[in-house]
Structure formats: C-alpha cells, structure tokens
Write a protein that binds this ligand. Structure first.
Ligand SMILES: C[S@@+](CC[C@H](N)C(=O)[O-])C[C@H]1O[C@@H](n2cnc3c(N)ncnc32)[C@H](O)[C@@H]1O
Length: 280
C-alpha cells in the first residue's frame, strides 16, 4: 500500500477550510487542522492521491469540485446522534408542545408537521415518530408526518433504510424497542429496523441549511435544529435560525441542542420557553 502524506501547507489548509465554510457553513479554525487532515486522509487514499495536499489542490478545479463535493461533505460533517438524545425535548413534546399545538389547531386540522433539519442518520426523526405514535395509541387524536433533512447523503441513506446496529437502541425504552423495531429471525444478525408504520410517516431528503431558501412547508409545528448550529459562526447561526423560524406556523416550536441556547439573541420574535426551546 502506498504512503499518503497527510500534512497540509498553510495555504492548502486555508483553501480547504474556506471552501468547506462557504459550502457547508462549518468553521474550521487552525485547531481543527489535524482532525481535518485525518478525515480527508481516508478519502485521499481511496482516490490514490499521494498527498492530502494534492487532493486539496485538485479541488480548485471547478469540475473536480462538483464531482467530489458530496464525498467531501460526507467526510467533514460530524454525524453523531442517538435515539432519545436530550430526552427532555421529547418529554416536552409529549407534555406541553403537542397538547398546546392541538389546542391551537382546534377542529380545523389535526395534522402535525415535524421537521428534523439536520437529521443525521434519522434517530432524532424516528424518536419523534415513536413518541407521537405512542401519544396516539394512548388516546390523543391527531396525525403526523415527519421530514428529515441533512446535507450529507451518506447519513440520509442510513436514515431512509432505517436499519441500525442493535446497540444503538439501548437508550430506547424497552416497550418502545419491542414495538417499533424489527429484529432479524436469525439471532446472529446485529441489525434492527424501524417498523414500516413509522417509516411510512417519515421522509428524508437532502437539504443544505446554507441555502437561501428551503423547499419546505411554511406551517411546520415543530422544528428540530440540534447540534449543528455550534459549527457555524454567529451570522450564519442567525440567518439559519431566521430562515427556519419562517417555516414555523404561528405558535410553533423550535428546539436546539443544549449547547446552542445562545441563539435566543438571533430573533426578537423568538420567545424562549426553556433554555433550548423557542416559540414563534
Ligand atoms: C452532530 S449531527 C446532529 C444530529 C441530530 N440533530 C442530533 O442532535 O442528534 C449534525 C448534522 O448536521 C449536518 N449538517 C452539517 N452542516 C449542515 C448544513 N449546512 N446543512 C444541513 N445539515 C448540515 C451533518 O451532516 C450532521 O448530520
């Protein structure tokens, strides 16, 4: 196997960091240099370049960049997620948000729309689906649909397949795990799959939060934008939050990650209900 040189020159690092910030919004200060070189390394080896720097230089060609962009995005994005991550949000949805939204909807419509706007492999969207379905089973009367979007096509493939390693459902309450996941008959298989009833209510599509407009309905009830704003600079955070809020119905909720509560300064019309929960 041939040796690949990992180190980027200052010029190459600046060029790839600017490119990624422009395309994806993710800031890459010098402190992230080693991490970035490491992440690009695998891709560079697969493409048989001699050096990570050669790959970066290659991307200065517009056509090369166009062909490579989805792969580059897949390697530079951080996709960590979990079922029932930050579980207080799902308690809030059950106890407060849905009853409140249904009161607002009145008799007109009982259709709730939920959007997981940086959905990674879909665990956030399917967690919301489990909680909402459970509310319906226990007597609430409404329907729901869930949209999951992300910039990375690799994670969207997993989200659409709804197939996960069985260890990932550890945080799922046992009753939900039994009800909402299928296990293979062959006990040596390690995958589980979300049941078709929830898959049918959940759609995934690619969308870049950097885009100036989002092809999404303007009357969404609940938007998740968790653990992605932290990678953006303040101006980008503000613009993204503004655009997302414009897709909420009046009275709708925006949920951000626990380290992202700073966005409350982004929009005067966003009312902070709890540190990471906002309402328009
Ligand atoms: C750390 S994960 C968070 C997943 C989930 N929201 C959660 O909290 O568990 C961040 C996700 O944001 C996505 N992402 C990063 N930049 C994005 C952008 N500009 N537009 C859309 N998604 C983006 C990444 O691909 C990644 O899947």
């Amino acid at each position: 196997m041939h040796e690949v040189r990992r180190q980027l020159s200052d010029r190459q690092f600046k060029s790839i960091a600017d490119l990624i910030e422009g395309q994806v919004g993710i800031k890459l200060p010098n402190a992230k240099r080693l991490m970035l070189e490491g992440r690009l390394f695998k891709r560079v080896r697969a493409l048989k370049f001699d050096a990570v720097g050669d790959y970066v230089d290659h991307l200065s060609d517009e056509d090369a960049l166009e062909n490579e962009l989805t792969h580059l995005i897949d390697v530079v994005t951080t996709n960590k997620t979990d079922f029932f991550r930050e579980p207080q949000h799902f308690d809030f949805i059950r106890r407060v948000a849905v009853p409140d939204l249904l009161r607002q909807h009145g008799r007109k419509s009982r259709d709730l729309k939920v959007w997981s706007s940086a959905c990674s492999t879909g665990m956030e969207a399917y967690t919301a689906a489990m909680v909402l379905d459970d509310m319906i089973r226990t007597g609430s009367r409404f329907h729901f649909r869930i949209l999951g979007t992300d910039i990375s096509t690799a994670v969207l493939r997993i989200a659409t397949s709804a197939i996960y390693h069985r260890d990932t459902i550890e945080p799922v309450p046992e009753e939900f795990a039994k009800r909402y996941f299928l296990k293979a008959r062959d006990r040596t298989r390690t995958e589980v799959r979300v049941v078709p009833e929830l898959r049918r209510l959940t759609n995934f599509t690619r969308m870049n939060l950097m885009d100036t407009s989002y092809p999404v309905d303007r009357d969404v009830d609940i938007i998740f934008c968790r653990n992605v704003l932290i990678y953006f600079d303040r101006d980008t955070q503000r613009r993204v939050v503004q655009r997302l809020a414009s897709h909420l119905r009046p009275g709708g909720y925006l949920l951000v990650g626990h380290s992202e509560s700073m966005i409350h300064s982004a929009l005067p019309e966003l009312r902070q209900v709890q540190p990471t929960i906002f309402k328009v």
